[in-house]
Design a binder for this molecule. Structure first.
Ligand SMILES: C[S@@+](CC[C@H](N)C(=O)[O-])C[C@H]1O[C@@H](n2cnc3c(N)ncnc32)[C@H](O)[C@@H]1O
Length: 195
């Protein structure tokens, strides 16, 4: 099993522009920007308090390759227009917190935001073939559903099939720590096939 920074480091080559959706505290982007100094890193989040804390965390970034955090609601149609030609997009730990409809919008926008040959990594907890596979996952999924029955863990096959359906190419699905999965996809064609 690989840590997310190792996975990204061995997946990306050369240099480019990268966008992180739902950066949270900014903990991942700080490590990634340090490990991949040839990339310019754009942190984003929907929560203004998180945006402030990301900027606080990234202000001492030695390579000066992390941009100021920006507001992004990744479930809104059209956001990709503000983030064109991304060579890499990273999304960690969000899909279980949004509905399937919003997940599809997020993925469609991500496709449009990616540059040709760009890489997408989606990381987080997922069902395997429709099943929850650890006690912790069963409990977490149940808690989420109690607050909102439209949310909760997505199924690995459904996510993978949707990414394939819109026109992305599957490179790898990697088992990650804490029973998480990372889906690695690439945009090899500009034609978005909508559902
Ligand atoms: C569980 S945290 C994950 C944070 C970070 N990616 C990590 O793994 O440490 C979920 C994050 O998603 C953000 N978020 C929730 N809804 C969002 C949306 N519609 N668009 C973008 N970010 C969103 C939250 O503000 C929060 O920072």
């Amino acid at each position: 099993m690989l840590h997310i920074v190792n996975l990204v480091s061995k997946t990306l080559i050369e240099s480019g522009k990268s966008l992180e959706i739902a950066s949270g505290s900014g903990q991942h982007i700080v490590q990634l920007a340090s490990s991949l100094p040839n990339y310019i890193w754009q942190p984003t989040d929907v929560d203004q308090k998180r945006i402030i804390s990301i900027d606080h965390r990234t202000k001492d970034n030695i390579h000066r390759n992390i941009k100021p955090a920006r507001y992004l609601d990744a479930t809104q149609v059209g956001w990709s227009l503000n983030y064109p030609n991304q060579n890499f997009i990273l999304l960690i730990n969000l899909l279980h917190l949004i509905s399937w409809e919003k997940t599809k919008t997020l993925i469609n926008e991500t496709f449009q935001s990616l540059a040709l040959d760009g890489i997408l990594i989606i990381y987080g907890p997922f069902m395997r073939d429709g099943k929850l596979t650890s006690k912790g996952d069963i409990k977490f999924h149940k808690n989420i559903l109690e607050n909102d029955p439209t949310l909760g863990y997505k199924n690995d096959k459904e996510i993978k099939n949707y990414l394939l359906k819109i026109g992305l190419t599957h490179l790898n699905t990697v088992k990650m720590p804490a029973n998480n999965l990372a889906f690695v996809f690439q945009k090899l064609s500009n034609n978005l096939s909508k559902s």
